[in-house]
Design a protein around this ligand. Structure first.
Ligand code: GLA
Length: 390
């Protein structure tokens, strides 16, 4: 058992007076390319990362769920009744993710048992690495463990997304939950957000993925995310299709010429249509082991996200600019919803350690007040049981 799991098990024992019966994990994700495409039924190219949420769990005979966080030990366990209309508690907003999963499982007629949980996580919160999805997917795994019920990984992702949409209130797509639930050990994956098909897309051995957290937190921008989504939906409606996936650049231009799309809507839609094309091309680059071309597509993606979709911010732009000046960097872009959080860079493996150090230094010099975190990650497996005996 590694240090983090041991600490979680010790806290569980201290809090509830016995050892946990089971433990599960669900990883965060980084999206290499394919941003703001998932809710347009498009394509993404994510991988699960080596940071995760872990939950220790034991079933109980009570009709309630108790949940505590290793990172908030002083507040102890929060307990709520196991019922279909469990209410939110603004003093413990993080528990909403647990409640949302319970409500969704109950609504689906899936057995949910009373249980005790302790949660620990090292996916930085609100940083574009899917800390929320990792929590939701881990919670559903823990609840299924407690009830001794099994479910395919893809269905877990869909229910986790529903918890976020219908209970927490962010109108996110499927990218984060599907990446966390179905991550492939050692491989990125091309995700078709319409069929939910995942195709392995391993990175060439001589490159690696570097994540750089700007320290800027998204904060209260869920409304901006929901607004972008609504703009895309309005664009699709103007073109009489269900989703922007079914639209071409030519179709957009024609609709604009006919006055069916204003200039703002056109820019948003152009990003989505181009990004779908780039993501498909990126998967082909990986198959051809053409990392230079992949890096170029990542750079273009950032430019569109900044100028057309307008979800970047000065901190993300600065991190990307610094990265591109460093030796070994093939491409760099913001990752996730934007408005803060992390960048993802494609870097030659031989230069990666120096890149990590120099990027952190450059950013820190420009933003001395920001806590910067730059790290290399491999592609991690998706969510599953943790071995407590080892
Ligand atoms: C967030 C959402 C995802 C996706 C990305 C942008 O991470 O949760 O569904 O829309 O933003 O690509």
């Amino acid at each position: 058992m590694d240090n983090r799991t041991q600490k979680m098990v010790d806290f569980f024992q201290k809090l509830y007076g016995s050892a946990p019966q089971k433990a599960v994990q669900a990883p965060g994700r980084v999206n290499i390319i394919g941003e703001h495409t998932d809710y347009n039924d498009g394509f993404c190219l994510p991988m699960a990362i080596e940071r995760d949420v872990r939950i220790a769990v034991s079933a109980t005979e009570s009709a309630s769920i108790s949940v505590a966080s290793c990172e908030k030990q002083e507040s102890g366990a929060v307990t709520f009744d196991l019922c279909a209309d469990v209410t939110k508690d603004p003093d413990h907003a993080w528990v909403d993710y647990v409640k949302g999963c319970v409500v969704v499982l109950l609504a689906e007629g899936i057995p949910v048992r009373g249980c005790q949980m302790v949660i620990t996580g090292n996916v930085p919160l609100g940083s574009g690495l899917s800390s929320s999805a990792a929590l939701e997917v881990a919670v559903i795994h823990a609840l299924l463990c407690a009830a001794e019920h099994h479910m395919p990984a893809e269905r877990i992702a869909v229910l986790a997304q529903r918890a976020e949409n219908s209970y927490v209130g962010t109108n996110c797509g499927i990218l984060d939950q599907l990446s966390s639930s179905c991550g492939m050990d050692g491989s990125a994956m091309l995700m078709d957000c319409r069929s939910l098909a995942l195709t392995p897309a391993p990175l060439p051995k001589d490159v690696c993925i570097v994540i750089a957290d700007t320290g800027k937190r998204r904060g209260l921008v869920d409304s901006l995310y929901n607004e972008r989504r609504a703009q895309c939906e309005a664009g699709a409606a103007a073109l009489s299709v269900s989703h922007l996936r079914d639209v071409s650049m030519h179709g957009l231009a024609a609709a604009h010429a006919k006055g069916e799309l204003d200039a703002d809507a056109l820019r948003r839609c152009e990003h989505v249509v181009a990004e779908n094309g780039r993501t498909f091309a990126a998967a082909a680059c990986l198959r051809a082991e053409d990392s230079v071309a992949l890096g170029y597509l990542m750079d273009q993606s950032h430019t569109d996200l900044r100028d057309k979709f307008e979800v970047s911010c000065p901190e993300l732009d600065a991190m990307v600019t610094f990265a591109r000046t460093l030796p070994g960097c093939l491409g760099s872009r913001m990752t996730g919803a934007g408005f803060g959080g992390c960048t993802v860079s494609l870097v030659q493996r031989s230069e990666a350690d120096a890149f990590v150090q120099k990027l952190a230094q450059a950013y820190q010099a420009a933003y001395p007040a920001m806590p910067v975190d730059v790290f290399i990650t491999g592609a991690a497996p998706g969510a599953g049981l943790l071995d407590l005996s080892a």
